[in-house]
Design a protein around this ligand. Sequence first.
Ligand SMILES: [Fe+2]
Length: 459
Amino acid sequence: MKFTTLALLSTITTTTAFTAPRPSLILSSSISSSSALQSTLESPPERTAPSAGSTPPWEDRPGLTPEQFMASDLSKPDLGGMWECPLTRWDSDNINVKEAQKLASKAPGCPFEIRASKADNEMGAAYFSKNKDMIRKQLLKHGAIWFRGFDLMKSVKGNREMHEALGLDPCLDPLHSSGLRKFASERDALYEEVNKPSLRGHYIGLHNESTAKRTAAYAAFVCFQRATEGGGRFLVADGAAILAELDTKVLEKLYNRKIRISVSNLDIPPALPGIMKEGIKNLVDVAVAPKFDMDLEMIYESDGKPGRLQAVETAESPINRHPVTGMPVWFNNAHNHARKLRDRRPCGVPEVGMTEVFYADTMEPLDLEDCMEIKRASEKHITALSMEPGDVLLVDNYRALHGRDVFQGDRFHAVTWFTWDDNEQWRGDERRIVEKNAFNQAINQMMDWLPKDFESNQN
Ligand SMILES: [Fe+2]
């Protein structure tokens, strides 16, 4: 039955979503934002590359060949049965926005940089076990650590030795159940980042690796091969700094109204009778939405486009207190997902995977002024890292946001997600069920039309 349903949906999307003309956006913010996709629109806005507060120079350090860096240490156990991604720890009630901004403005800068000396490199993995306490302390303080020039992490094998020495405990990607996340080396709990040529030209905005439901506690992003023909800087920004930076009025508005994020568009012919549209909505709700392990609601025409069915996450606060430190931070994916920002920068996602951010109370898309303030404040605090082979960015995912600039040529970056190792009660007791997953993947092969942007969330 499921296969029949999916085949039907596949047909619908093939004939509608993929062939639908790309909607233009309004340029004038005086027009109601909810009418952004209506037919009386002006020409599309100009696309410009986003800026960054800091862009360190490249150093051209050499890497290994793919055969060398992909080799796994087969004497080590298979980590394929890793932990499920833990549930999101929300602590966002009763936040005084002005006080939160004051507190956040005192947070130490991000990322903290650790550069390998010759002696550090000679120690190999022992450097990380010896300095484990210092590293974990700096991670909590700064929100991210950029390890530069370490020979150890030039390979899958050494990268695993690094996070094992730090006592980090791998978990699944928050969207693993969708089948759209691919492993670089499953037995090493290593996912591939978005290196594929079709998404080279797509700028991935700032986000936490998080849905309203699940959030990884930490991440280690590693570079094995930088983009061969340029670009591909890895972006990181401090959620505390962005919170402090944002215009207080905009922040209060977003906090009071909350946000909701739509993660896919399914364009149903508007002329279809209501009963058929309802039937399609129910099919998607029952057969497809559960694959994403998110709390999704199917809603028609929220962005004003006739016949459009969107899968929308539950309402969430754009500010959250850090689970360990209590520091209030900007904790949401609006910079990545807001349609008005995507339409103004390099974006290679098909219409079916385009996202939008709404005010939760009225389900109107975020207006242009708020989007531009989010853009300004976010990009001012981006460090656009020049990651070279062996470099790792260790991220506290409840504090720092990440993204990726466009690139040319070939690139190979990868990531391991981690659950709570020091607060086991937050980890839950779910582990990956590998057999079930294999069945899911078979089904997911038929769902190739589904939101490709889920992949692009992974940098
Ligand atoms: Fe990501």
